[in-house]
Design a protein. Structure first.
Length: 306
């Protein structure tokens, strides 16, 4: 057990912060003699002088400055611990688990997490970046508090979140672009398509056009974009993932006669809305607001030409 109590450190800090025992006693509602005794007891227990008189006031010794600097970390940690305990007693979750499909706009996700953490810094967040059925499977298994997905979940009601545009793209020097004419799906069959693997463990699914004779199946959208920029294939990719690549010219939309753009409406699904705690509701609100700030409204989205 520690020889010095947290209360002793707190009283020492009060004496230092308020310039003496008399002023500190008024703030912490303890008598000057109680504070004096606590500090002298601390010095006795540690064998170190922490305060020295300067006129009618006191100041920290060199050793006292070092010790109090460390002690303030303990005081702040103890206060934070009590705040967490109060939050838990009020029903605040210690942790929330998110299953966010990789097609969700990354800028909006980062903003939502930043806003949430500022409001609930003590709540841990587990983020699972899922693909297709991966998030829905976590929902069915009870392993996610909130799911953002482009798929419907049987037995659950979702809330509209954002509509994501997918664009068929390839590197500007890719053979498909070199054809120099409008393309149809028969042209695509002769070239390598990059697709992202369903992250579900039990019931994976395929989605989109998958008729290319050559196909690479990857695990993350970021890998797909990197491969595309290297000229290693073509793919349909969320516009929010490639807008920078489009702007700098490392990717270009394929001139398809039809099907070059498609849209996927995403929804936000609670595992159990009625039983969700304040942190889960706050995260849902942060995601919705971040989408509104970072992304175009689905009403303003360019309609699909499929």
């Amino acid at each position: 057990m520690s020889r010095v109590t947290l209360s002793q450190w707190q009283m020492l800090a009060a004496v230092v912060d308020h310039g003496g025992f008399a002023r500190a006693s008024e703030v912490v509602h303890k008598s000057p003699s109680t504070l004096n005794h606590a500090v002298h007891k601390l010095e006795e227990q540690l064998g170190v002088k922490v305060l020295e008189p300067v006129g009618r006031q006191v100041r920290l010794t060199e050793a006292g400055e070092l010790l109090l600097r460390r002690a303030r970390q303990l005081i702040e940690s103890a206060e934070a611990l009590e705040d967490v305990a109060e939050s838990l007693a009020a029903g605040l979750e210690a942790e929330i688990v998110l299953a966010i499909d990789q097609l969700f706009p990354p800028d909006a996700l980062a903003r939502a997490l930043d806003v949430f953490s500022a409001r609930y810094p003590g709540v841990r967040v587990q983020l699972h970046e899922t693909v297709l059925n991966g998030g829905i499977e976590m929902l069915y298994d009870g392993r996610a508090d909130l799911v953002a997905s482009g798929l419907a979940a049987q037995g659950f009601l979702g809330e509209p979140l954002v509509t994501v545009r997918f664009i068929a793209v390839a590197h500007p020097e890719h053979p498909l672009h070199r054809l120099g004419r409008p393309l149809d799906l028969r042209d695509l069959k002769q070239h390598r398509q990059l697709v992202v693997r369903d992250s579900a463990l039990r019931q994976s699914m395929d989605a989109g056009w998958l008729k290319a004779e050559q196909r690479w199946t990857l695990s993350h959208l970021n890998t797909s974009v990197d491969m595309l920029e290297r000229g290693l294939g073509f793919a349909w990719v969320p516009e929010t993932r490639i807008w920078q690549a489009l702007a700098r010219g490392t990717l270009a939309p394929l001139p398809l006669n039809a099907g070059g753009v498609r849209e996927v409406p995403m929804q936000l699904i609670y595992r159990d809305r009625d039983r969700a705690g304040p942190a889960a509701h706050a995260m849902a609100e942060a995601l919705s607001q971040a989408v509104a700030s970072c992304c175009e409204s689905s009403v303003d989205s360019t309609p699909s030409n499929e």
